[in-house]
Design a protein around this ligand. Structure first.
Ligand code: HEC
Length: 290
């Protein structure tokens, strides 16, 4: 029958296209996905994912032809491994609260001047890494802001990182004035180590913001989420930065729980109580250590 034949042919075409599409995807990314989590390719020049951990991860990046690895996590890149596998390191640590203007410039400079393909990573490869890659995409790959935001949604960047979404959305190709600034910017293979005190200063500023809003009884749910999520992530970062396996490390991990409870609260009263609980944990930990 005419209709059935053409229907089957269309089905065949559809399946054929899907199979070929999958094979192509496997060729390019499947092997990486098995080793580097959350690997996502924007185009041939630009991909992002989680932090390469073992030697096999670095070897895989080399095998796939990557030339430059941009790390946006606070922990220092493994320069020895990167060098061994012929990969250039660029280190641009980013907070969770957004992408500062200076960092956007650095990402642009990396995208313009470093040998490609470029692999951008944070710790998990879900939030800061994709946001940084999206900025690189807008800077050089002619990604529109809309496509960049769509990319974040597709890879699973949590909308709670309001600042990351906002700064990707607001980033545009640099003005001539910004362009001039690029020449004074130096890309470092390893940024000065983020200190526990740097992370604490960021925690303090998010905490102050929430406390201030609670006092004025003016919290919006969006800003509550934005700042409480930032506190959670900064405590996680503090735990990663602090290498000794002692009580402080355990307490920093427990603080992630306390901050998570804070995030889940609703309403002025519940939020004020949760802020007091968190503040008590700040004071208790500091009393033992400062
Ligand atoms: C589990 C332990 C722990 C908790 C909980 C904790 N801190 Fe800290 N904090 C530290 C340590 C340790 C230092 C000292 C870091 C250093 O100087 O190396 C510090 C330092 C600080 C500093 C000083 C940074 C500087 O400039 O030297 C501030 C501000 C701060 N914390 C804010 C907070 C706030 C706000 C909270 C609660 C929301 C908090 N901390 C919770 C361990 C903790």
């Amino acid at each position: 029958m005419q209709f059935d034949d053409s229907f089957n042919f269309r089905n065949f075409l559809l399946v054929f296209t899907m199979v070929v599409g999958n094979l192509q995807a496997e060729d390019s990314t499947d092997s990486v996905e098995r080793t580097i989590e959350n690997f996502n390719r924007i185009n041939a020049n630009l991909s992002c994912g989680s932090q390469p951990q073992s030697e096999s991860h670095f070897a895989k990046l080399q095998k796939l032809g990557f030339k430059t690895v941009v790390c946006v996590d606070g922990t220092s890149p493994n320069l020895k491994m990167l060098r061994k596998h012929g990969l250039r390191s660029v280190h641009i640590p980013l907070p969770y609260s957004g992408i500062p203007q200076e960092s956007s410039r650095m990402l642009t400079k990396a995208m313009r001047e470093c040998e490609k393909p470029i692999f951008v990573h944070c710790h998990h490869g879900l939030h800061r890494g994709p946001a940084a890659a999206a900025v690189c995409g807008i800077a050089q790959v002619h990604f529109s802001q809309k496509e960049a935001v769509k990319f974040l949604q597709t890879v699973g960047t949590d909308p709670a990182y309001v600042g990351l979404y906002r700064d990707v959305q607001n980033f545009s190709v640099l003005s001539t004035e910004d362009d001039r600034q690029l020449s004074r910017i130096q890309l470092l293979e390893q940024a000065p180590a983020t200190k526990l005190s740097d992370v604490m200063v960021r925690i303090e500023s998010h905490f102050r913001f929430l406390k201030d809003q609670a006092t004025k009884q003016q919290q919006s749910n969006d800003s509550w989420t934005e700042h409480s999520v930032a506190i959670i992530e900064e405590f996680k970062e503090a735990g990663r930065l602090y290498k000794q396996a002692d009580n402080l490390k355990i307490e920093l991990q427990e603080s992630v729980q306390t901050a998570t409870s804070l995030r889940l609260t609703v309403g002025n009263h519940e939020r004020s109580v949760a802020l007091k609980v968190l503040e008590k944990s700040c004071v208790q930990c500091h009393a033992k250590r400062r």
